[in-house]
Design a binder for this molecule. Structure first.
Ligand code: NAD
Length: 254
């Protein structure tokens, strides 16, 4: 097969939550495949990610924004188009988790997680799709789901609701936009070693229980998402619509 189908040279991607963890791994993966990356985060600078991408000879624009509300989306789109002239790929990665027993879970922990993990994801995808329609020629939207799009989890009610929602709206948007050449898919990472899971990795019992259930016998790493995100961002996946791809070392196969 022609491996050029995976090439992202000349493509422009927005990646949210780019400063660390999975967002950093995917930003670097997209840049390695040739894409220019507009990285969004709410920290002061995504210096490490910028350095990694520029070290590859890639183009990186950092846009500081807090995605707890949908208010910054328009400005992020404008800055990206201003710098790179267009948009081809959106990776909706920024997300948070709050852990507490369901019996005592607060409204704030519900609303905060739902706002960034699913509301912002939808309205960012809507903004990207409007831009793709304006440009013509389609585009790629990749949402970051979770094992808890498929399973119930424990002590993470709003996270489970949000990630189950991400899988649902990924299908909905794919259904509406596939005819325009806009592919909407999701990646469901398994248990990955990032800040997001630092607390459970630090708990010896949880760590052992989780590792013992992963057929690959290791936590996933940010670079494990590079191949899957490049595939879903590239012409190689043009007939893949509305699917949530687990990248989980076999977790869901158990
Ligand atoms: P992380 O906490 O290491 O990184 C999250 C990134 O999002 C950070 O760069 C952070 O600064 C940014 N972010 C957080 N709140 C923000 C806000 N309000 N505005 C803008 N940016 C914000 O987490 P991660 O593990 O890399 O998670 C990335 C995504 O993958 C999340 O959606 C998460 O739910 C999902 N996920 C992670 C795992 C895992 O095991 N780590 C598993 C499944 C899904």
């Amino acid at each position: 097969m022609n491996l050029g189908r995976f090439d992202l040279t000349g493509k422009v991607a927005i990646v949210t939550g780019c400063s660390t963890g999975l967002g950093q791994g995917m930003s670097v993966g997209l840049a390695e495949a040739g894409a220019s990356v507009a990285g969004v985060d709410y920290v002061d600078g995504a210096d490490e990610t910028a350095q990694m991408i520029r070290g590859l000879g890639g183009r990186f624009l950092y846009i500081k924004a807090n995605l707890m509300t949908i208010e910054p989306i328009e400005d992020i789109m404008e800055k990206t188009i201003g710098e790179f002239g267009k948009l081809d790929i959106l990776v909706n990665n920024a997300g948070i988790i709050r852990r507490e027993d369901a019996i005592s879970f607060t409204e704030k922990d519900w609303d905060d997680v739902m706002n960034i993990n699913v509301k912002t994801v939808f309205f960012f995808a809507q903004a990207a799709a409007r831009q793709f329609l304006k440009q013509g020629g389609g585009g790629k939207i990749i949402n970051i789901a979770s094992m808890l799009s498929f399973q119930g989890g424990i002590r993470v009610p709003s996270y489970t609701a949000s990630k189950s929602g991400v899988m649902g709206i990924t299908r909905l948007m794919a259904n509406e936009w596939a005819r325009h050449g806009i592919c909407v898919n999701a990646i469901a990472p398994g248990y990955m070693a990032t800040n997001n899971t630092a607390a459970i990795r630090a708990d010896d019992n949880r760590n052992e229980a989780i590792l013992g259930r992963i057929p690959a016998n290791r936590w996933g790493l940010p670079e494990d998402l590079a191949g899957p995100v490049v595939f879903l961002a590239s012409p190689a996946s043009d007939y893949v619509n509305g699917y949530t791809l687990a990248v989980d070392g076999g977790w869901l196969a158990r």
